[in-house]
Design a binder for this molecule. Structure first.
Ligand code: PPS
Length: 371
């Protein structure tokens, strides 16, 4: 009898334990569905916001923007557009910062469903040529996704590896081009070899400008950061009375375009390079951007409808999109008033560059009319 009682008590407690466990499991399941379901479902959307394993994205300009999560900042900088645009207060990817519905749609879709890819095209130079303008103009094309900051991968950050580099890129759809710009690549000896190792097919854009004006622009920028430096006239010559130009000074060396181009042509065909005239980019931005679109194999979507000449700035700016109240000009560091340079120094420099320019024109098959 006692044995029978014990067995039935055991059964009751076993049943109780079973029901208790079952209800606990149900509660846990419901809790998960209610509170974590959203995260699991939207995980894709959050991927772009995750921090990569690398803590430091490196690169001078890049570092300036980094918080604790490098890729997040770089990614959002790319989506935001450059820090050079005046309407920095606009939220990233707000309708006001883009041009067509197609562009906006592609952007949103790319962020959600796209992948980070190594760039298929690079703006490799030249410093002070107008590289920012080309990047900001081309990225309004719906089939282009660009990194807004300069990653300096092929010069300063090569040791970080291609995965690090890829991690900086904005997400792109298969139909879209991934683009970045770092003007110092053009004068970096190792850059062409390194880029060709990434892909032989990389398309290269070089924005060139009269080397004398470029040198003055370069010097003006340096002077704005270091007001105590010697004058341009002092720096330009090794021996002024003999008229010997100091070719070791970077501001001069960068403008010897043919010297650098010969290095690139050891690794790339000329047909893979496109030269934008920095001068025409100001006088006829739509024409220059038309040729850039052709070179990249893009439909000509960016036309003169997108530009207007801003008299106060003295440069072409992007027209305001219908949904935005603000037109977009490049920032204050683009289009500075240059330091006044003595006329005879300018003429000596024109003479100095002439043979380099002629060889450059012959090689690329274009006369940039810098004389
Ligand atoms: N639309 C428009 N708005 C403003 N500025 C324009 C534009 N198009 C070309 N430029 C010229 O771009 C020059 C700066 O070149 P970069 O962007 O290559 O400079 S940098 O190397 O990235 O610092 C900059 O040089 P400076 O005039 O010497 O400041 C401009 O002349």
């Amino acid at each position: 009898m006692a044995h029978l009682l014990l067995t039935s008590a055991n059964r009751v407690s076993a049943r109780f334990a079973f029901i208790f466990t079952l209800s606990l499991s149900c509660t846990y399941l419901c809790y998960n569905i209610l509170f974590y379901g959203g995260t699991v479902m939207t995980n894709r959307g959050y991927e772009g916001k995750r921090c990569p394993s690398s803590k430091n994205a490196g690169g001078k300009k890049l570092l300036g923007k980094l918080g604790h999560c490098a890729s997040q900042d770089v990614g959002s900088a790319a989506q935001r557009g450059s820090g050079d645009l005046r309407d920095q207060s606009k939220p990233p990817d707000s309708p006001g910062t883009h041009w067509t519905d197609g562009n906006l749609k592609n952007m949103t879709v790319a962020q959600k469903y796209g992948n980070k890819k190594l760039p298929n095209a690079l703006i490799v130079g030249v410093k002070k040529g107008g590289t920012r303008a080309v990047l900001e103009f081309i990225r309004i094309h719906p089939d282009v996704r660009a990194l807004g900051t300069e990653p300096h991968f092929f010069d300063r950050n090569y040791d970080r590896g291609l995965d690090w580099y890829r991690g900086l890129m904005p997400r792109t759809l298969d139909s879209q081009i991934t683009l970045e710009k770092t003007p110092s690549y053009f004068v970096t000896r190792e850059a062409p070899r390194r880029i060709s190792r990434m892909s032989h097919e990389t398309k290269l854009i070089v924005v060139v400008r009269n080397p004398v004006t470029r040198a003055i622009s370069d010097y003006t920028q340096t002077l704005s950061k270091k007001p105590g430096i010697p004058t341009f006239e002092e720096l330009v010559f090794k021996n002024r009375s003999l008229g010997v130009v100091d070719t070791s000074w970077n501001a001069i060396r960068i403008g010897m375009y043919i010297v650098h181009l010969e290095n690139w042509l050891q690794y790339f065909r000329l047909s893979q390079m496109h030269f934008v005239s920095g001068e025409r980019l100001i006088t006829d931005p739509a024409g220059e951007m038309g040729r850039v679109q052709d070179f990249l194999g893009l439909k000509r979507i960016i036309t003169d409808k997108h530009f207007y000449f801003n008299r106060t700035k003295g440069f072409p700016c992007l027209k305001k999109p219908e949904s935005s109240s603000q037109p977009r000009c490049l920032g204050k560091s683009k289009g500075r008033t240059h330091v006044q340079i003595e006329q005879d120094v300018i003429e000596q420099l024109q003479e100095f560059y002439r043979p380099f320019n002629v060889r450059f024109y012959e090689t690329v098959g274009q006369d940039f009319k810098w004389e």
